[in-house]
Design a binder for this molecule. Structure first.
Ligand SMILES: [Zn+2]
Length: 194
C-alpha cells in the first residue's frame, strides 16, 4: 500500500479552497481537510500501517491504552448529539473520523498562525478561520439519508462535524462564546487527544 495522501484537483475549489478567499478561510477549509488526512496516519487507522506502508501495527501497548482512554471523552461527546428525538449519533462508530476532524482543525489553526509570521493579523482572522471550516461543511440531505448515514457511516453528518470547534480554545474568544450557550464546553471538558 502506498504510504501517501492524495488530494485530487477537484477538491481544490470552493468551499474547501478559493483563491479569492482570505488565507484564514482557506486554512479553515482545505487546511483542516489536509490536517484531517495527515492525522489518520497516526491514529488507530494509521497504527495498522508502518512507515513503509506495510500492514504492521507499530503502536506499543501503552500507545493503544493511552489512545483508548483519551478518546473515550470524544465518544461520549458525539454520542450525546441528537439528530432526531429517537436517534443520537454513534460516538464509537464515528470516533476515528471525529478524532481526525479534531486533530486536523487544531493543526490547521496552528499552521495558519505560523503562516502569519511578519504579516499583520486582522482582528477577525480567527473568525474567518472558523467560518471557513463551518462553511466547508454546508450540506442538505433528506431525513432518510441522514438516518442511514448515522447508522452506517464512519463519518458524523456534516452539521456535527462543525461542532468540532467547541474543543478548540481560540474558538471561544473569536465568537465570544459564553457559559450556558449551546456549544459551550468548560476548558477541562474540551477534548485534547494529541
Ligand atoms: Zn477521515
Amino acid at each position: 500500500m502506498q504510504n501517501a495522501l492524495n488530494f485530487p484537483a477537484a477538491i481544490l475549489q470552493a468551499p474547501y479552497f478559493d483563491q479569492n478567499a482570505s488565507d484564514a478561510m482557506n486554512y479553515g477549509g482545505i487546511g483542516a481537510i489536509i490536517g484531517h488526512e495527515i492525522s489518520h496516519s497516526f491514529d488507530d487507522q494509521g497504527a495498522q500501517f508502518d512507515a513503509a506502508g506495510r500492514l504492521r501495527d507499530w503502536w506499543t501497548k501503552e500507545d493503544g491504552e493511552h489512545f483508548r482512554q483519551a478518546s473515550a471523552a470524544l465518544v461520549a461527546q458525539y454520542s450525546a448529539y441528537e439528530a432526531f428525538p429517537d436517534l443520537k449519533l454513534d460516538g464509537q462508530l464515528t470516533l476515528s473520523e471525529n478524532l481526525a476532524d479534531l486533530a486536523g482543525l487544531a493543526a490547521a489553526y496552528d499552521a495558519y498562525r505560523v503562516s502569519l509570521a511578519g504579516k499583520p493579523v486582522t482582528p477577525d482572522a480567527d473568525r474567518q478561520f472558523f467560518l471557513g471550516y463551518a462553511q466547508s461543511w454546508r450540506d442538505k440531505e433528506r431525513d432518510a439519508a441522514l438516518r442511514n448515514q448515522i447508522a452506517t457511516d464512519g463519518h458524523a453528518p456534516a452539521k456535527w462535524r462543525t461542532y468540532t470547534v467547541r474543543n478548540l480554545d481560540p474558538w471561544y474568544p473569536a465568537f465570544d462564546v459564553q457559559p450556558g450557550q449551546k456549544l459551550y464546553l468548560a476548558p477541562q471538558q474540551r477534548v485534547r487527544v494529541w
